[in-house]
Write a protein that binds this ligand. Structure first.
Ligand code: SAM
Length: 293
């Protein structure tokens, strides 16, 4: 690591005081000050010098300096312009690390990949994400079908549990299906709020999403599949039959019951009991009838 380790309470406080930095809650700024947790995050990404790392929200660079050691190239996207000069100074000498000032939700990530990661054998996203935009960021990474090997991120514990949930429990919902369609999720560790400055109000977890070579289920129309999933969870207390009637139209209630039975799915089940394959079967059967919802 070139330069001192940023991720200690003392050093982080020194940096904040030196630059007169004040935290913006609205940007989800909770900086990590625990070396063990940072090392676990980096280890989970399985980087080496032939690989790249995209970091979202480097803050003052606690994770970035470790990624610079572990990966061949690092690109770190930070929205807060006050942090850019701090990062440039603290990461001076990290030759293969680029800081990009921007909002990751607006950035052309395909272009970032083409410019920063060409020729590498794989790229991971590694980040302690701002919690207020966790889901939009992850959905953008997945839906844009970026050539990623895995995503290792610190997020709110409750969101990590929803992403990794299996059918049958109350955590399982459209987020679980969307994530598991593209990835195999694994909760790496849970993290107490004491390892951040300032401390967030919630507990956190590190989740690893290993990208699948192809989606978990075969569907002819992804957008329709996800709309069926959303509709199935629209009102969690309602049965699948009732939720999907609202989706296809009341006049098709009887036909819908028949369709679900023909798919081997009892219409009185709830959305939260269905596997990805069962959602795929329903979506395919609806499309065969031309029901787009
Ligand atoms: N990586 C640092 C660490 O672990 O100490 C900081 C993590 S902090 C939880 C989240 C960081 O994301 C902050 O630096 C914040 O300014 C940045 N951020 C928030 N929204 C962002 C966005 N839309 N695009 C890029 N960065 C963002």
């Amino acid at each position: 690591m070139s330069g001192q380790d940023i991720a200690t309470p003392k050093r982080t406080k020194e940096i904040i005081a030196k630059y007169g930095f004040s935290f913006k809650k609205s940007l989800g700024q909770n900086f990590l000050i625990d070396q063990n947790i940072l090392n676990k995050i980096v280890a989970a990404a399985e980087l080496d010098k032939s690989k790249g790392a995209l970091e979202i929200g480097p803050g003052i660079g606690a994770l970035t300096q470790r990624l610079a050691d572990a990966a061949g190239k690092v690109a770190a996207v930070e929205i807060d312009n006050r942090l850019i000069p701090i990062l440039k100074e603290l990461l001076e000498g990290e030759e293969h690390t680029t800081v990009i000032h921007g909002d990751v939700l607006k950035l052309d990530l395909k272009q970032v990949f083409a410019e920063r990661f060409e020729g590498l054998t794989g790229v991971s996203v590694v980040a302690n994400l701002p919690y207020y935009v966790t889901t939009p960021i992850l959905m953008k990474l997945l839906e844009e079908k970026l050539p990623l090997e895995n995503i290792v991120v610190m997020i709110q514990k409750e969101v990590a549990e929803r992403m990794a949930a299996k059918p049958g429990g109350k955590e399982y919902g459209s987020l679980s299906v969307a994530v598991q369609y593209y990835c195999v999720p694994e909760v790496v560790c849970t993290v107490p709020h004491t390892v951040f400055i300032p401390q967030p109000n919630v507990d956190s977890a590190v989740i690893k999403l290993a990208l699948r070579d192809k989606p978990a289920v075969d569907v002819p129309d992804e957008e329709h599949f996800f709309r069926v999933v959303q509709a199935s969870f629209a009102q969690r207390r309602k049965t699948l039959g009732n939720n999907l009637t609202a989706f296809v139209g009341k006049e098709r209630r009887e036909e819908l019951t028949e369709l679900l039975r023909a798919c081997g799915i009892d219409p009185v089940r709830r959305g939260e009991t269905l596997s990805l394959e069962e959602f795929a079967v329903i979506s395919r059967a609806m499309l065969e009838k031309g029901w787009r919802g």
